[in-house]
Design a protein around this ligand. Structure first.
Ligand code: SF4
Ligand code: MG
Length: 326
């Protein structure tokens, strides 16, 4: 079964002044049909940049400097803006943390949902409205006939996120990218939106790339997870395997930072230090400055993303085979 999306050794660089700084390096992974893939890491690790490169939406100062992105059977690495418009919304779509920035405040929400269909299919306005109302019901919105005429500011944050999901899924894309879609919502609404995404994945078969800084959220919704740090994939495994047998010191830190109901009220563990900015990155392991297992080898060379099982890869010298004795 071919992959829906294949990222092949992608490097993204930012131009700052006259210099190019790599912001993503050696990004290789695949998304299969119906799969829910999580991407986790702190802010500044390259999660959003990875998804923007998949969507052809990199900011102006950034460019893909190496590698290939294959969507279905086409190479989309260097598509024109025009070609991207035909793909976005139809084959692949995206929802963001803050629907307010993605919704037009001046257009009633029903019209915004049906416009997505009208762009991509030759159906009548009446049919488009029907599809929009059906989709609104499907994502758990109620009194949809009335809601159809309302404006984004009249809706709660949770409802707006449901509207975004309706817009993203109305053309039945094969792949949905959800970038921190529940971060701005309170815990109860967050759980409802996660349930909805999982339900839509099961009903429609839409594969999802789910991005979050919170491994606790990732483990609720994802089949497989990629851990990113400072522009690199540092670990990649099925969720159960990652939780049972985490390998990378950064993953261990993230796992310890998951809020634990039993320890409520106690201060949350945080990994000391911070993610280096793209202008501060060195030649060694990206995590070396924060790692309690670091050795001189780690200062000198970036470890490969190497398999530790058929389904599990890790980028750390502690697990490299010969020659790298620590
Ligand atoms: Fe830590 Fe070295 Fe592994 Fe990097 S390669 S995570 S510094 S032990
Ligand atoms: Mg982000």
């Amino acid at each position: 079964e071919p992959a829906l999306l294949a990222m092949q050794d992608i490097e993204v660089a930012f131009s700052v002044g006259k210099k190019d700084y790599p912001a993503l390096q050696g990004i290789s992974f695949e998304v299969r049909e119906k799969e829910v893939l999580g991407i986790v890491g702190e802010s500044g690790c390259g999660k959003s940049l990875t998804s923007l490169s998949v969507m052809g939406l990199l900011p102006g100062a950034a460019k893909i400097s190496k590698g290939k992105i294959v969507l279905g059977d086409s190479d989309v690495t260097n598509l024109t803006a025009e070609a991207w418009c035909k793909i976005r919304g139809k084959q692949i779509s995206m929802i963001f943390q803050d629907p307010m920035t993605a919704l037009n405040p001046l257009v009633p929400i029903g019209r915004q949902i049906e416009e997505t269909v009208l762009i991509h299919s030759a159906i009548s306005k009446k049919e488009a409205k029907q599809r929009a109302l059906e989709m609104m019901t499907k994502v758990g919105l109620s009194r949809v006939e009335q809601l159809y005429h309302e404006y984004p500011h009249q809706l709660s944050g949770g409802m707006r996120q449901r509207v975004m999901i309706a817009m993203a899924l109305i053309c039945e894309p094969q792949l949905l990218i959800a970038d921190e879609p529940t971060t701005a919502l309170d815990v109860t609404i967050q759980a409802q939106i996660l349930d909805l995404l999982r339900q839509m994945n099961q009903e429609t078969g839409t594969a999802i790339i789910f991005i979050s800084h919170d491994l606790g959220v990732i483990r609720e919704v994802c089949d497989r997870v990629i851990v990113m740090y400072a522009g690199y994939i540092v670990e990649d495994a099925p969720v159960a395997e990652l939780l049972e047998a985490p390998k990378h010191p950064y993953t261990l830190g993230l796992l310890q930072s998951i809020p634990d109901i039993e320890k409520r009220g106690q201060p949350l563990y945080t990994i000391s230090g911070r993610v280096p900015a793209i202008t501060e990155r060195s030649t060694g392991c990206p995590f070396v400055g924060r790692c309690s297992s670091a050795s001189p080898t780690c200062e000198r060379s970036v470890p490969d993303l190497a398999p530790v099982s058929d389904t599990h890869r890790v980028r750390c010298h502690l697990y490299s085979e010969v020659g790298e004795v620590i």
